[in-house]
Ligand binder design. Structure first.
Ligand SMILES: [Ca+2]
Ligand SMILES: [Ca+2]
Ligand SMILES: [Ca+2]
Length: 579
């Protein structure tokens, strides 16, 4: 008996072992965390094959998603890799970049380990996983070839802002009691419009319980499909209608860039989507034509203005000296038979270079007030999860959220993981600096991290729950050695909801001021003063007694102009303008 049992176990193990090259739970590093994923690479897998990422819903996990979607079965025959990621906590980040970055790190890892075809990465998700899929469409559509949301969309309204024509295949039960079916038809129509599909969809029955609404002929032959499963509730099952198979039948047609595999047409890509004025951007067009047909020319347009016509490879032009503003580029290809094709439009935004707020850098030693973050806007001087200032204080038209916690006193607030703010520093002395941050949090687990010139100068600093958002406590640390001159301080939010008023920096060593520096007013100014020219030459020593500095200088017959004066034996100087 015992022997038979062992034999059965051995057989089972051999089945498991030969069914896949890799099939287990592991971890991937992302955003400073180790996140759980289940990776499935079928036995038949060869390099340069697609990847499907299948995302579970809220309060669910990998095991549930795997059990429901069963991508492995399709992968075994179609030869592609599958990853099921696990949320950090019960939910996905469908506002910020945390889980988008997680998905991008999955792609990177699968590319390193299995040499997947990065131009054929597909993402699908159930419920909140579907919401994350739309969030990805809006933010990094260029990193995925096609999208398969199931029973989930953004409940706060769709946004059709995406960087390329997006192939979407959405599956939704018409009796969904959690994410109402009613909203999805308009969203699918919106994306079909965005993709420039024919306005009227082809409507057919996919099977006896499933209606197929199919928008065709978008830019790059992109298509958008809605499968409406009659009577189905909020479930991802393959019962009655094989969702997973339908998604694969859709996905397999698409590659990244200009959409459909073997589509004829022209796609345009930009070297970057954001630049600093005066900016340069390179436009590259890629033509795909049937056998025997060739490219006659490709015209590049900025808005409706022709930039250049290119007749030979590489189909590339550079546009230089772009001033601050938003630009739209496109390409028109003409083939040797006279047929023309339009690319999708690509946008490029030029922002002001990053600069200190109001032109004044924060001086070290000294305090860096968090509200005086650099100018340059989103993506340059800061990253915030939206373009609204939630506290509506101080710099009201920017995305960074500031609160006025006392009259004239402002602090950074409404901070979310992944957000960051930068400050131009003017460091006065080569030295190390101790720092003290004044931070508060009304919730648990908040933290931030400091960087200078993009190098971390601290670990994640955990903030104690101070019971409210205005009780600022001191958190301290020390920089490495900093050279005199310009540096950039970055405050990065590691975990949601820390408020920070300011960070004070003190030089570790004592420094005697030798130059002519900023002002220090004193009520009682009587005493002996050295007077310097602004280039630092000592001109005279004067005595002030019962008069203002100006009066004392005039009494000594100083000419009109600017002088620096310093109390004898003092270390600080003040600039006086004598009129
Ligand atoms: Ca904001
Ligand atoms: Ca914020
Ligand atoms: Ca402040």
């Amino acid at each position: 008996m015992k022997k038979t049992f062992l034999l059965i176990v051995a057989v089972l193990f051999s089945v498991v072992a030969t069914a896949a090259k890799y099939s287990q739970t592991t971890h991937i590093q992302t955003g400073g965390k180790s996140r759980e994923v289940f990776i499935y690479v079928p036995d038949c897998y060869t390099e340069n094959r697609p990847l499907v990422i299948s995302v579970h819903g809220m309060n669910q996990d990998i095991a549930y998603q795997k059990g429901m979607a069963q991508w492995e079965k399709v992968a075994d025959t179609a030869n592609f890799a599958v990853v099921y990621p696990q949320s950090d906590g019960t939910q996905w980040d469908i506002n910020g970049m945390t889980d988008i970055n997680f998905m991008l790190d999955i792609i990177k890892k699968m590319s390193q380990d299995y040499k997947i075809d990065e131009s054929r990465v597909y993402i699908t998700g159930f419920s909140m996983g579907g919401m994350l899929t739309y969030h990805i469409i809006n933010n990094v559509a260029d990193k995925f070839a096609a999208f398969g949301p199931i029973s989930g969309y953004n409940l706060w309204g769709a946004n059709y802002d995406c960087s390329r024509p997006v192939p979407i295949c959405h599956v939704h039960g018409t009796s969904d009691s959690v994410v109402n079916y009613n909203g999805i038809e308009a969203i699918i129509k919106g994306f079909a419009q965005k993709d420039n599909c024919d306005p009227t969809p082809e409507v057919t029955q996919a099977n006896n319980i499933c209606k197929k609404t199919h928008y065709k002929n978008g830019d790059c032959e992109t298509e958008v499909i809605l499968y409406s499963v009659q009577g189905r509730d909020h479930e991802p099952t393959n019962n009655g209608f094989h969702t997973t198979k339908a998604l694969w039948d859709f996905f397999r047609n698409y590659t990244n860039g200009c959409g459909k595999i073997n589509a004829t047409g022209v796609s345009l890509s930009l070297s970057e989507s954001i630049g600093e004025a005066p900016a340069t951007v390179t436009l590259t067009a890629k033509a795909t034509l049937p056998e025997g047909v060739s490219v006659k020319s490709i015209e590049f347009y900025q808005g409706s203005n022709l930039i250049e016509t290119v007749t030979d490879e590489p189909f590339e032009v550079s546009v230089e000296d772009l001033e601050i503003g938003k630009y739209e580029f496109s390409a028109v290809m003409t083939d040797n038979q006279g047929k023309t094709y339009n690319s999708a439009k690509k946008s490029f935004e030029v922002k002001a270079p990053q600069a200190p707020y109001n032109g004044v850098a924060s001086v070290l030693p000294g305090a860096v007030e968090m509200e005086n973050y650099d100018e340059g806007g989103e993506g340059m001087a800061y990253h915030d999860s939206d373009d609204k200032n939630e506290g509506n204080a101080y710099r009201k038209n920017e995305g960074v959220d500031l609160e006025e916690f006392e009259t004239g006193q402002y602090a950074l607030g409404w901070t979310k993981k992944g957000e960051w703010v930068e400050y131009t520093l003017e460091v006065k002395y080569d030295d190390e600096y101790t720092w003290t941050a004044y931070a508060a949090s009304g919730s648990d687990g908040s933290s931030f991290k400091l960087y200078i010139d993009n190098e971390a100068i601290s670990q994640a600093i955990s903030i104690k729950n101070s019971g409210d958002w205005q009780t600022f406590r001191e958190y301290t640390g020390k920089t490495g050695s900093l050279s005199k001159g310009k540096h950039i301080l970055k405050v990065g939010i590691e975990a949601d909801y820390v408020n920070i008023d300011k960070i004070e920096f003190k030089a570790v060593n004592e420094h005697v001021e030798t130059g002519l520096l900023s002002l220090e007013n004193s009520a009682d100014i009587d005493g002996e003063y050295e007077v310097y020219s602004l280039n630092g030459t000592l001109i005279s020593v004067i005595n002030i007694s019962g008069t203002s500095v100006e009066e004392a200088l005039k009494a000594k017959k100083f000419a009109k102009g600017s002088y620096a004066i310093r109390k004898k034996g003092g270390t600080r100087s003040e600039v006086i303008i004598l009129k």
